[in-house]
Structure formats: structure tokens, C-alpha cells
Design a protein around this ligand. Sequence first.
Ligand code: BES
Ligand code: ZN
Length: 941
Amino acid sequence: MLTSHQNQEYGSRTCIVGEEEHHKRVSYGVAVRQLRCRCTRTKVAATGGIVFTFLVCITLLSIFYQPRIDQKPGISNQQKENVGDWNSTRLSTDVRPDSYVLYMHPNLTTFTFSGWVNITVSVTSNTNNIVLHAQNLNISQEKITLTTKDGKKRLGVIKTDSDPDEKEYFIQFSEALNAKQQYVLHMEFSGLLRDTMYGLYNSSYKNDKGETRYLATTQFEAAHARAAFPCFDEPSFKAKFSLSMVRDPRMHNVSLFNMPKKSSETLANGLVVDHFEESVKMSSYLVAFIVCDFAKITANSTGGTQVSVYAPPHLISQAEYALDVASKVLSYYEEFFGVAFPLPKQDLVAIPDFSAGAMENWGLITYRMTAILYEEGVSDSSDKEWVAVVIAHELAHQWFGNLVTMKWWNDLWLNEGFATFVEYLGSDHYNSRWHMFDQFFLKDARIALGRDALSSSHPISAKGASIIRMLDSFIGRDRLRKGLTAYLKKYQYGNAETSDLWHELTEVSHPVDVEAVMNTWTNQKGYPVVHVTRKGNQLILSQERFLLYPKAKAKKKESPYNYIWQIPITISFQGQISKKLLTKEEDTVVLPLLTRPGWLKLNHEQTGFYRVNYDEEGWSQLTRILLQNYTALPTADRAGLLEDAFNLARANLVNITTALEMTQYLRGENEFVPWGVTLSNMLYLYDMLWGNEQAFNLYKKYMLSLMDPQIKRLGWERQPNEGHLANLMRLKILSLAVELGHNETVSRAMKMFNDWMLRDKPIRADYRSIVYKAGVSKGGEREWDFCWKKYLAESNDAEKKKLLIAMTFTKNIDKLSRYLQYALDPTKIKKQSAIQVLAGMSRNHAATALVLAYVKQNWDIIYERYGEGSFEIGRLIEKTTQTLHTQRDYVQLKNFFKANAEKLGTGEVASKQALESIKANIFWIKNCQDATVTWLQKKLS
Ligand code: BES
Ligand code: ZN
């Protein structure tokens, strides 16, 4: 986590500056952590009960934090046939599932579910017991049976046990299961159909008559298939799944599974059982099923896959856009990956209560409403882009992740990083006017550069997509695609590790050793800063790990590569490009061109995942070019220079004035990406200087002086033939103008708000976020109440979201504290939106302290609701602490985390990052604050 707007995902993730991020993206480091921080311990059978002996509490975390080459090969537990030692974090591979026949009855009258499963297993070595996963399930021991596959022999069950912490279930048999034989394990179970948003859960919506309709749906990634049925819930246990599912036809006419429906039968009691076709071999986390009353629309991809979008009947017209995107992108991917989509159908379903943004269940992708529905005139430009991006992302997973799956969660990044990279290809293919790859640096790379600049980051956390992009530009798209196709074909229906992918890419990239290069990026944390010194015709390059808070520096020997990366460096000398693979800590490049005077810029087009620090002359030459003739540099490079300068200043590697000097060129900058990047960095200053009134006023004045020419140029009207990015730029600038109190912009926005509030005059979709924010932040109780009323009455989730965020901007203390209470009251604000409210509010300086106090006070509730099965708690920690910048804040937060060490759940990594971020903020105040104020004074006098 970084401070302030570092993490604000602009572009599609946040359309408007200064608001809570508009769209969300899960942080995968956290997911991995959830699955590894478990204790290895021994279970001892004792008379009259079970005694848990906590032997070694090895935080497996540290295993994954280490480079993989240091990893001990068997975290998987091979000794589980020994009853005394069955319980550890990985299931034994002695018993593997081949297929599941599953019977489920989600009961939406009683809000319970029941079912049975027949798992055909293969035994690889003799064992007396089976350990598999189960969570919150009532399993009837008497009903468990194990028979040989041919049905001839039945083994008796001696005893069973369950471990709620490990979410495992243990069955001991009267005699050994024989190696090389197949058995069928039958289990019956039941559970509660709660609104947990993981496992098998209930969700609801109001139909057009205002009646509440319930549905049952699933979310299994990462480890919650076990909360729906007993299973071997690890990605390597691929098996074929078939399902029969019961529904009440009076309430629900639709039931869905990964595969198409085969047949239906009506039972004597009037209920219907739907039988589905058997799946291909797949991991349990990708299984999904739904019972609902949704409507659907269908189209065919060019490859003949039936693509359907499901939504509540009154919203189905908003699904047309998603259907168009999905069928086109699916066709494109079949061509791009060189592998046909293997399932007969692909469903996309809008789920009213959903924890993540979307989930790639094979053939049955589930989405938050805002990530799939699009309503012309209500959804805005970035909503539209976001829907396509999410669809492109989840469809990419159908190959990358579903067809070939990571062996274990430590390689989740491979899954997510690749899907994220490919999402750009897919959405760019769908609409090239979005210029998705131009947006990459703003929306993805700089977010990852921010996250990974903390020593508490993860080796592969956020940077996945960015390092694949670096590889893409290093070896070229053709080789990338070839290697990828080979990889998918080789490992299809199986599992692979990161190194397997690098290996296939090496095969097609001769003489480049992709594996050697990429290992340095995936097996160590963080990324480098490259220092450049120019001497005659020589360039001296040196590298070190970049850390925002340099004192957090990890020891070199923590990394197998001593924090040295193999960096594909590109050097632009006045636009002429040279390349160099920097593999050492320091190296020299001889460039005859350099004898001529001229500017030099490394990391051409910002496709590399590193920062660059020039010598003093280098920076001043680049500053001069920006101020005098900025179009000499490509757009991405302009953005990159500002991004690097601001962050090098935070790490105290350059003076903050280097960055500030460069910002002056923005008055003439007409492009979205450099503005977006600079504003994010300037907003960090906004947060740091807040509270220091004199500095804050200077800051505002300076920002408005930069923005003024652009506000005038852009106006409020879209120009004919204007591009998507130009439009996004207008929205970003106007939004910030409102926040900084630009008079004309505020009064224009207020007029639109009043016309809407008093005369019901509609507001153009693109302007709503800005206008609502103006209304709430500059208005009072009346404006807030009006938005709240609208919020309650609204049925479009994209519109609701805009209102929800706008209301966080109020300065009225009564409203703020009331809104805080609403956030944790699920009858007022849905569980899936609460964190957005809290996170959004803490962006509001008038509310920051209030929110933090409230969050601390209500931590037990928050932990109970979000601690497991979602990433929200990590996001909450990040967002509510990112602007703190005093030693006192640090100590208080540290004590709070200490007191709640057992109750951080999926937020544990975020808590460490929060503390480091505060340290980094204090460091900025110490190094940069005075220089910033002096510089502003000089410029404004
Ligand atoms: N598979 C993830 C969602 C996920 C990851 C759920 C880990 C549970 C554990 C999905 O593909 C994803 O990345 N969703 C994103 C949206 C995407 C477009 C960035 C999300 O939910 O933010
Ligand atoms: Zn994903």
C-alpha cells in the first residue's frame, strides 16, 4: 500500500480524481496469504476426546515470501496415512479425486442447503484414511460409505473428525485402501445458506414490483468450495464434476452450472431436479452453480460457443452490451491463444451481492452488477470501459487459469498477472479508441510500482501484469503468443508453475534466456531503480532496489539474486533507441551518439518495470525539453518522468523541486495519461500538506494555475470526434477543479445539481459523479438528504455507486457520523458496499480521523463480516490509513494492530504495509515539506 492517491486506480478504476476508486481490483498477495498462514500441528487421539497439540506454528507465509529456489519441496504433507499426523496445511496426494457426482439442494425457503457427493478417488499408496476439506458443513458420519469402484467391497468407517481451523475432515477406515485402486466415497451434508458472499450463499434483489427475490450462488476462490460440499479443495486436485440440483419451480426457473443442462425431472413433492453434463477436468475453486429467476440473452461466438448473459428480468436490457463484448472477445481469444474454448457454453451472470469484482468460474462467470450491466445514459464512459475490461479479464482466465492452473496459490500471480495483461489485449481489440495500452502505465504499472515500493510487499504481488508487459516488449508479441500457446497446449487440463511458463517462452525466444531474466523478477520482492550517469560517450548504469522508505531496506541476502535484476533497458537518445540487458549491479554502455549534446531518456514508452534516476544534468535537460518542446518525448515518457521524479523524491534520491519544476509544463499538456499520473502524485502532496493551512493554500493556488488553461480548453462540452481519453481527461480535471474550489467549475456544477434536485432536470451520465460531489461537498444537509433519498430509490447499481461515493464528501459532521453508522447497517447499505463507503469517506479530510476511530471501534463487526473470504478488510486498512503522517499516528496504529493481531484476517499484509506507509509519509514530511512550500512560494510570488 502506498499513501494517498498512489493507489487510487485511475482511468477505469477511478474515473475521477480525488474520489474513492471508482472500480476495484482485488489484491492477490492477500489471497495467497490467507491460504498459507496456517499452523502445522499434530493431532493426537486421546480417550474421551481430541487434544490439539500445537507443535510448531510455522507460518508458511515465510515460505512463500522466500524465493522459490529456497523453498523446501514438500510443504505438501506426505505422512497423512499416519493417524497421529494427519493435520497439516496441504492434503496428502495418496488419495486423489478423479470425479465428483454432486447432488445439491439449496433451499431458499429455509435458507439452508443439503446434498450428497460421490467422489471417485484413486489411491496412489496404501492408506487407512482420507482427509479432505469441509467448512461449516454438518456431515453425517453414519451415512459415509466407501466402496471399491466396482461396488463389490465396502470398507467400514472407524472414526471421523473435523478441524474447523484447518477446514479439514478426517475419515479413518477399518482397513487399508489399496494403492492403484479406485474407490467411491459417499458423503451427505447440510449447511446454512447465509449471506456470506463465499461458499454457497444467498443473494437478493428487488424486482420491478418492489418484491425481494432470492437466489443461491457460489464463490469458491480461493478456498471455499469446501464450504459448499466436502472436496479436495486444492488447485492441483483436478477432477471432472457433474451436478444434479434441486429447485422450487414456483420461485426459480433457472439453474446454472459450469456445464449445460442435460435433463430435468419433477419430484413427487413438486420440486424439480436439473441434471447437468459432466465437466472437463478442472480445479474445485472454478466450480459454480446458481439457482435464480433471471432472464437471459444469448449469442454465438465465431467458434460456435453459446454465450449468454443472465440478469434480473427487469435489468436484462442492460446486459446487451456485455453480450456483445463477451462474444467478440471470446472469439478473439480463441484466435489469440491458438486453443479453442473447450466448453459448449459460456454464461455471464450479474450477481446482486458479490464480494470481488468478478469471478472466472469455468463456463459460468459471475460479476458484480457494476462490472457487467451497462445502461446508456446512466452508466458513464469509464463504467463502459470497465465492463469490457472485466469481461476481457475473466474470459482470459478461461484459458489462463482454468485450462492451465497454477499448482499452488503461491503462483496465483501467474493467473492474475496474465489475465490482467490479456485483459488489455481483449479490451483493446474490442474498442481500439480506448487506447488501452496507453492507459496501462496509469492504470496498472504505476499502481504496482507503488505497492512494490514497500519492503512489506510480496515477490509477485501487483507487478504480474507489468512484468509480462515488459517481457512482451522485450521479446515481441509474436514470440509471447507462440510460447503461450505451447504452454497452454502442454499443460492443458493440468497444472503448472511460473517456471514452466518461462521455460516455454525461452524455447521460442532464442537466444534470449527468458527464464534467467524473469526469475529475477518473480523470485524476489520489489523492483529496481536504475541510476544513470553520462560521461563522454559512456553511460554508467547501476541498479538498487527501490524503496519509498529506504530505512525499511531488507538485507541483500534475503534475496537469491541479492536484489539485482536482469533489466531489459531501453535508451532513447533524442528519440534514437538503443537496448541493453543490464544483468549486473553496475555496467557501462558505450554509445557513440552520446558525444553529441542532447537529452537522454531511459525506459522508452515506460514498458519496463523500473524507475530511472538521472544525474543532475540529465534531469535538467529533460526538464528543459518538457518545458520547451514536450512533444519531442512520447506521451508515456512524459508521464514516466513525472512519476519517477515524485517517487524518487519520496525516497530522498532526488530533490522534490526536480519533480515540481517539471509539473509546470502541464499547463500546455493536452494528454490524459501524463495529467493522470501527475495528478495522482500531486494529490499525495495534497494529503501531506493538509492541516498546514498556509502550505495547503499555496498548493491549491498552484494546482489551479496549472489546471486553468486546461479547464478553459476542455470546457464542459464534448467536442465532435473527440477521443475517449480526451473525454476522460476533461472529467478528471473538472472533478479536481470542484475539489479544489475552482469558482466557475463549482458554480456550474452546483447549478446542474440544483436543476436536478429542484427541477428534476437530468444530468449527463459522464458529469454525474462530478456534479453529485459538488452538490454534497459544497452543499449542506438538504443536498445530502436528497442524495440519500435518491440512493434508496435507485435500482441501477452504477448510479447507486455514484451517489454512494458522492455522499462521502460531505463536511457536515452529523451526516458523516450518520453515514458511518449506515455503512455497517446492512439494512441501509449492502454488505458488498460498506467498505467503499468507509474507504471513500476517509478520502474526505473532514472525515479521515472520524472514520479511523469508527473503524477501530467497530473492528469486531468488521472482522466478523469481512475478515474471511474477501479482500475488503485489507482494502479498508489501506484506505483508512494512507494519509496518516505523524509519529503519533504510527504508534497508535501499531498498538491497534498489536491488540488485534488475531483479528486481522486477510488484512494482515495490509496492516504491515500501512505502518510502513506511515513511516514513508513521515519521511516525506521531513525531507520534502519545507522545500515544497518554499518552491510554491517562489512560483506564486
Ligand atoms: N479470480 C479473480 C477474483 C478472485 C481472486 C477471487 C482471488 C477470490 C480470490 C478475478 O479474476 C479477478 O481478478 N477479479 C477482479 C476484477 C478484474 C477485472 C480485475 C476483481 O474482483 O477485482
Ligand atoms: Zn483475475
